[in-house]
Design a protein around this ligand. Sequence first.
Ligand code: FE
Length: 211
Amino acid sequence: MFQLPDLPYPYEALEPTISAATMRLHHDKHHARYVAVVNELVANNPAARGPLEALVKQAAIDGQRKLFNNAGQAWNHGFFWQSMTGEYRAPSGALLDAIVAAFGSLAALGSKFKEEGGGHFGSGWVWLVAKGSALAVTTTHDGEGVITEPGVTPLLVCDLWEHAYYLDHQNDRAGFLTGWWDRLANWSFAEQQYAAAAGAGSAWTYPAPNA
Ligand code: FE
């Protein structure tokens, strides 16, 4: 059985950009539901004893859309919780160097991230990813993510589904993205992911299923 991982901080840690009410709904209801559907779909299936990453990739290959969407959403949300912190600090070191090389400045990357996320039509996700040592901003639709792309390591993601921001920001996705970028982006986590992309340490993985 795949588990719903606890948030790595209290529900209220991301206020005022994301309220405790949104976090309770988002984690305890939306994320929990994706995990529950995956478990229903893979009941009595030995593949469910392996990591969620493998299940997402196999579902994509097999064209099992319902399993892919729900497993993808379970993984993306686990990664999204890690992508945020209530104790913001700016990036530094090798990651900051790479940001300057790729985008010119942290502010320029922020503009691109908010532009891509704000312009994304419908539900989905906006990502900062590493392809080797190079950086890129990309968006995915619905339950799609980036772990199915060879050689790509996600560094940060922001949820663009309305359930992520509607209670707190109504239809103002741009305002949500600005608050998220300025106050919640977890650069400590992104730096670890970037190091992993270069072969130092391991990239984040979804908690392993229990038997
Ligand atoms: Fe979500």
